[in-house]
Design a protein around this ligand. Structure first.
Ligand SMILES: C[S@@+](CC[C@H](N)C(=O)[O-])C[C@H]1O[C@@H](n2cnc3c(N)ncnc32)[C@H](O)[C@@H]1O
Length: 231
């Protein structure tokens, strides 16, 4: 299960394909909202399943404690840093350029994991591949990106494909209960997994359905970034 919930920004998130409310009266209301939904969803997972919660600096410290409580501190595997690079800077602090993905398993004896291989950066291993670390350097989607479908806070397919390949076996099922434009489901489909998605927004479900249909009929399989095909 991969969850990319609203981040508690206090704003309405808008883009051309739709919008969603990301507003709670405070941290305890937000965590209560998440607690209720995770408590209802976690029992549906298999013993071999993994749980990935995608959040940011606003809530990651609270969500880590919530997952310790609901899943168990002994089930914690990684605090992944998605370093995305794009965006502005400020003279008042270090620019915030990463999200946090909290990775837990359901059963430490049974969880499935296959370390992704990424290009090595050291001079010694130049041209070789190495196992990915817990810092994932993947650019966020820019305005001109071929995969952009116009859903607010859409995540890049490259990030989701890496996570899906690493945390779900081929032929397995990925659940995304806040699926938005369906990036996780698209990644599942493109990597030979099954995807199950929910979203409170009917607009989001429409966007995700169209995106998946594009992939199913073959137009979304291109890995060529110069292709104008929406994914
Ligand atoms: C951060 S966005 C997900 C973006 C998605 N990962 C993508 O790449 O397009 C959060 C999503 O959670 C949805 N959402 C908000 N409240 C929800 C709820 N109670 N149940 C399910 N989805 C919800 C929003 O409609 C929004 O699409």
């Amino acid at each position: 299960m991969y969850v990319d919930p609203p981040f508690n920004t206090g704003e309405t998130q808008r883009d051309r394909a739709g919008e969603f409310e990301d507003r709670w009266s405070g941290m305890s209301e937000y965590i209560g909202w998440l607690r209720e939904r995770l408590s209802a969803t976690l029992p549906a997972l298999r013993r071999s399943a993994n749980v990935l919660l995608h959040v940011d600096w606003r809530t990651s410290h609270h969500v880590r404690l919530l997952l310790d409580e609901l899943v168990g501190p002994d089930r914690f595997i990684n605090h992944l840093v998605w370093s995305y690079g794009l965006g502005g800077s400020t003279p008042r602090r270090f620019a915030r350029k990463h999200d946090d993905i909290l990775f837990y398993c359901v059963d430490p004896e049974r969880y499935w994991f296959e370390a992704p291989m990424v290009p090595a950066t050291s001079q010694r291993m130049k041209g070789m591949m190495k196992k990915a670390t817990d810092v994932l350097n993947i650019p966020s989607i820019n305005n001109m990106s071929f995969e952009r479908v116009g859903w607010p806070t859409q995540k890049p397919l490259a990030l989701l494909e890496l996570l899906v390949r690493a945390c779900c076996p081929p032929g397995g099922t990925v659940l995304d209960p806040c699926c938005g434009s369906g990036t996780t489901l698209a990644a599942a489909l493109r990597t030979g997994r099954r995807g199950v998605g929910f979203d409170v927004s009917t607009e989001a479900i429409g966007v995700a359905r169209r995106r998946l249909a594009t992939i199913r009929d073959g137009r979304g399989r291109s890995r060529n970034p110069s292709s104008p095909t929406p994914l």
